[in-house]
Design a protein. Structure first.
Length: 324
């Protein structure tokens, strides 16, 4: 018999151990009944491609509203290139740079491309004062695995022709963290030089969703309250979800570059992050783990803790590139 811990019904308040702004975010993302707004909508079935396309269009509208006016605030100049079958947004700081940050957007491997990806590249360029490469990778339902990873590798080869490997950092949040780690696995397997460092922010490195926090933090994570298995299966298109290029947590991490990992105590992907940290440590890879109090998936949407995280990421990137 599979025994577990039975939980009594209870309301989990926003703690006073975080900033007032962070508490306000946690409260704002639930309805009057205490249910996260993001828990009120079910994902389409993996085979419902039209349903996914409709959802993609709706999510794109939400990103557009959130990103309105952001491009005008960037210091970096932006251009969009096509490399092989891949699209990349290149953000160049006013003074240029020999260094590069390859940014892989989040969005459950299904959402987050286009203008959202373009602006994110500019933000990385501004944050690190390097050239930002935002990979606008192809996504399902029209382009399932391995299209996204193929696009990431095409851009990595492109960047290697323009920057020394020890001048390159690869980073991604959530689904982007999956692709960032998978890129390093595949680059090593293909005999390519590896980057100076890796940044994994709440990375989706286990598409099988086998970790403890997928149960413990279910619904407690007000941003990502439940399973993304429908999206995972849509992306994998029948491939084994435990295959390392799909779930890098299960790969051989020997030789990985120094890695920054971040999560929060309310993050559905907390187990992904802490298990990846342990796996990297066991592979003798220098790895930093940063876990933020009460933070849900993706952060607090502008609270001081988010600025603290970005400052720590910037310091890590600066230190790794300085060593290169």
């Amino acid at each position: 018999m599979n025994h577990g811990v039975k939980l009594e019904p209870r309301t989990v308040p926003a703690p006073h151990s975080i900033s007032a702004e962070a508490r306000a975010t946690l409260d704002r993302l639930v309805n009057a009944d205490g249910v996260p707004f993001n828990a009120l909508h079910a994902l389409p079935a993996p085979e419902d491609h039209d349903g996914w396309r409709r959802l993609q269009a709706a999510v794109d509208q939400n990103y557009a509203s959130a990103n309105a006016g952001q491009a005008g605030l960037l210091r970096a100049s932006l251009q969009t290139l096509t490399v092989e079958n891949a699209t990349v947004h290149v953000a160049t700081p006013p003074e240029g740079s020999d260094f590069a940050y390859i940014d892989l957007h989040g969005g459950a491997l299904v959402f987050g491309g286009g203008e959202n990806c373009r602006i994110a590249a500019g933000k990385q360029a501004d944050l690190h004062n390097v050239i930002g490469y935002g990979v606008d990778y192809r996504m399902p339902p029209d382009h399932p695995y391995p299209a996204a990873l193929d696009d990431c590798m095409a851009i990595y080869r492109h960047v290697l022709k323009r920057h020394a490997p020890n001048h390159i950092v690869i980073g991604g949040r959530s689904a982007g963290g999956n692709l960032a780690a998978a890129m390093v696995l595949r680059a090593r397997d293909e005999g390519l030089p590896l980057p100076a460092a890796l940044v994994l922010l709440s990375p989706e490195v286990d598409l099988t969703e086998s970790g403890d926090s997928f149960q413990v933090n279910r619904t407690v994570d007000v941003v990502l309250p439940g399973s993304l298995m429908g999206a995972n299966r849509l992306y994998a298109a029948g491939a084994d979800l435990s295959y390392p290029y799909l779930s890098p947590l299960f790969g051989d991490l020997t030789g990985f570059p120094p890695t920054f990992l971040q999560s929060g105590t309310r993050d559905l992907f907390l187990s992904n992050t802490v298990r990846m940290h342990r796996a990297l440590r066991q592979a003798k890879v220098p790895a930093q783990l940063h876990v933020f109090e009460a933070m849900p998936h993706g952060g607090f949407m502008g609270a001081p803790e988010d600025a603290e995280l970005m400052a720590e990421v910037a310091q890590f990137v600066r230190e790794q590139l300085r060593q290169g």
